[in-house]
Write a protein that binds this ligand. Structure first.
Ligand code: BG6
Length: 464
């Protein structure tokens, strides 16, 4: 008999996904275009195997079957997002009643099956009409988001008690405006910072609207992709590299979301390089007064950094990597398909930091998971035998358990993800689901990990 890992009563077991990654029906029932629908129409070759978001997992038509499956594999909670461009096709103005019906049906179906809906308002999918107006760079879009958020609270607040302003708000800023990976494929640090700042502002405005509505028993939070950042050594230059990476990748959203203000060191760094965003005087107060109730932590991999080996080319566009180099730790373990390091203790380090430095705010693991290519090769007796995924989840949960034992306020664990879903430029390359999806027939089959997850949830823990 191994060690027993029991979790606190009422622990959330479930998974996370998002509207653009599962709904499909991207041009149905009055939905407007978002930037991914548009980008795919324009440049399909940028997406793995040229597969776009038009069908995704077809959740729009199959939500009943999927919610039943969620229940079957032990979900007591599930996060998805509302598609802004489905609900308000132009981003502002008229509400699409068919979308209201759809989200009401999904929420009702979840509740009827004992699955608490966690609803996120934005998962990278800016309505195209608003992107045309400058997207997050434009303050009118910040206002439009606050109105959209208020509309969602008014429409669904009587049933949804767990709300999230953004999933990984750093991603549209960094991947869209700094590294050129996501739409609109721009490389400009200063503009990326403006985007990041404006999303923090948008969040504060949404939280203000949320508080004013005084929705009974409801909580609002944000979901951040947080990284434990490990320096190569204790040399002051390596430590400085790690400190800057932390300011840029963690504290840029953590501090304003929880403490209501930006770290002074971050402001000084941006000032020194002429990267400060445009702000209005009243923003500071707004951000200060509108902080979150709960934090979702997405954790996949750590960042390891070292002092720069070479001076950056002074004529190149300034990047975060002007301040540090990435460090490949000898012996690190990799998920070779995704190219991400697997380091389970990282989740503990992040959670303990939230406890020690951020007032032990209630939090939960909102994403953690393993994307693997060509999983059909593991099929035996018709089921994908994904023991590696079970192992991955178990090893992370051991560290989550330790953090809880040491007083960290962790409320739950959500896997990424319920069913193999569509993912941005990688489309269906890496499969993350507890349930597999046959892309040709859209047939759903529970994987070995799905059956295991059911036991995990039923026992509120595991023995290992
Ligand atoms: C998170 C996102 O960053 O990681 C998801 O919230 C994403 O949208 C997931 O799908 C896995 O990453 P990827 O790029 O392998 O799909």
């Amino acid at each position: 008999m191994g060690k027993e890992y029991k979790f606190p009563d009422g622990f959330w077991w479930g998974s996370a996904s998002s509207a653009p990654q599962m709904e499909g029906a991207s041009n149905e029932d009055g939905k407007g275009m978002n930037i991914y629908d548009y980008w795919y129409a324009k440049e399909p070759e940028r997406f793995y195997n040229k597969v776009g978001p038009d069908v995704a997992t077809d959740f729009y038509h199959r939500y009943k079957e999927d919610i039943k499956l969620m229940k079957e594999i032990g979900h007591n909670s599930f996060r998805t997002s509302i598609s802004w461009s489905r609900l308000i096709p132009n981003g502002v103005g008229e509400i699409n009643e068919k979308a209201v019906d759809f989200y009401n049906n999904v929420i009702d179906e979840m509740i009827a099956n004992g699955i608490e809906p966690f609803i996120n308002l934005f998962h990278f999918d800016m309505p195209l009409e608003l992107q045309k107006k400058g997207g997050w760079e434009n303050r009118d879009v910040v206002e439009a988001y606050a109105n959209y958020a208020k509309t969602c609270f008014e429409l669904f607040g009587n049933k949804v008690k767990m709300w999230f302003t953004f999933n990984e708000p750093i991603v549209p800023a960094a991947e869209g405006y700094l590294y050129g990976v996501h739409y609109p494929n721009i490389v400009d640090f200063k503009r990326a910072i403006q985007v990041a700042y404006n999303t923090v502002l948008a969040q504060a405005k949404a939280i203000k609207a949320f508080r004013e509505l005084k929705i009974k028993d409801a909580k609002i939070g944000v979901i951040l992709n947080l990284y434990p950042i490990y320096p190569r050594s204790n040399h002051p230059a390596d430590l400085k590299a790690a400190k800057i990476a932390d300011l840029l990748f963690n504290r840029s959203f953590l501090d304003p979301s929880i403490k209501g203000e930006y770290p002074t060191e971050l402001i000084e760094l941006l000032e020194e390089y002429n990267l400060l965003p445009f702000v209005e005087k009243e923003d500071k107060e707004l951000i200060k007064n509108n902080v979150i109730d709960i934090l979702g932590v997405n954790y996949y991999q750590p960042k390891r950094v070292k002092a720069k080996e070479h001076l950056p080319n002074p004529h190149s566009p300034i990047m975060p990597e002007w301040f540090f180099d990435y460090y490949e730790m000898p012996g690190r373990r990799m998920n070779v398909y995704r190219g991400w390091e697997i380091y389970e203790k990282g989740i503990y380090d992040v959670l303990m930091r939230i406890k020690n430095e951020y007032g032990n705010i209630p939090c939960f693991v909102s994403e953690n998971g393993m994307g693997v290519q060509d999983e059909e090769r593991f099929i035996k007796n018709g089921i994908i035998q994904d023991d590696y995924r079970i192992e991955f989840i178990k090893e992370h949960l051991k560290w989550v358990h330790k953090a809880i034992e040491e007083g960290c306020n962790v409320k739950g664990y959500h896997v990424w993800t319920f069913i193999d879903n569509w993912s941005w430029i990688n489309a269906f390359k890496n499969r993350y689901g507890l349930v597999s999806l046959d892309l040709k027939t859209l047939k759903r089959t529970i994987k070995k990990s799905g059956y295991w997850y059911k036991e995990l949830s039923q026992n509120n823990g595991f023995v290992d």
